[in-house]
Design a protein around this ligand. Sequence first.
Ligand SMILES: *Cc1c(COP(=O)(O)O)cnc(C)c1O
Length: 351
Amino acid sequence: MGYFRPAIEAMTGYIPGEQPKPGTNIIKLNTNENPYPPSPKALEVLRSLDSEWLRRYPDPFAKEFCQAVSEVLGVPADWVLVGNGSDDVLNVLVRACAEGADRSVVYPMPTYVLYRTLAAMQPADVVEVPYGEEFQLPIEALVAAKGAITFIATPNSPSGHCVPLEDLRTLAQQVAGIVAIDEAYVDFAESSALPLLQEFENVILLRTLSKGYSLAGLRMGFALANPKLLTGLFKVKDSYNIDAIATAIGTAAMRDQSYKNACAEKVKRSRTQLSTDLKNLGFTVLPSHGNFVLATPPDGRAEFLQQALKQRGILLRYFKQPGLDDKLRITVGTDAQNQILIEAIVSLLNS
Ligand SMILES: *Cc1c(COP(=O)(O)O)cnc(C)c1O
């Protein structure tokens, strides 16, 4: 007998974007971190840490954080489930709801690769439905696939497009299973699917503090859903999946909406500028509602550019897969970082 279950033997592990050592002099535009520091209020909590928080087990439900979410988003506190990053919540959701052919995982493509990885581990069958030419949601095919979970990331990565609320509503009406709406990038978008929570018991929203709140290293994410949908997930999650420090810092960050919104506004302005600059260099750039853009370099020399820029200390994300292998996903940095990127591209394209 081998060490691993057949499903684990057969699967490919998720490959995260490169994470260079902190302090390395690198412009890191490959994993959609926020270029601005976390809220000063969150940092204040970090500096005032009490050792007692470490000695004792944390609150298994991070209730203090749920309360903050409740006040900020106007959702009851018992509609919130907190995770060690939203990846943890995604993991719990797949563990609790998907299995085999009868309880499959369905999503439009291209999208976040982790959905496939989590399904492969379970294992649960996967149905991948291509997006339309202009990223229209393929509602009919998604419904026909009858997933136990249908994942929709909006704004989507790597495309950056938003799925219209009406399409999400139609989907939630027509599928019997769960519609999991991954709003990792909602802080950079104009709208959210929050209104659907009250309308549909089968809708779950996933949020994270990694992108909008500049706290990717903290590992904090959460789900919003009807308590009926959350009950099964609470059985599956680790008792202490969110540590005491994350809970305290995350709560302060959640309560500081004005700081988060101000950073998001800066990112959005820079996104416009970066898109314009790239287009002026002959790139095709998709309109984006996230803190990144998906751009096709002239002559499709995406892999060359990614490699050459890496040698110059600038990291971008390249996906070697059909439909994406001529494109680069570029995180929006500060204006200064974006300017350095643009200058490096100019010199590479001229060489
Ligand atoms: C970044 C990202 C996540 C994961 O966020 P964490 O909270 O850091 O685990 C989830 N979904 C999408 C689409 C993302 O881009």
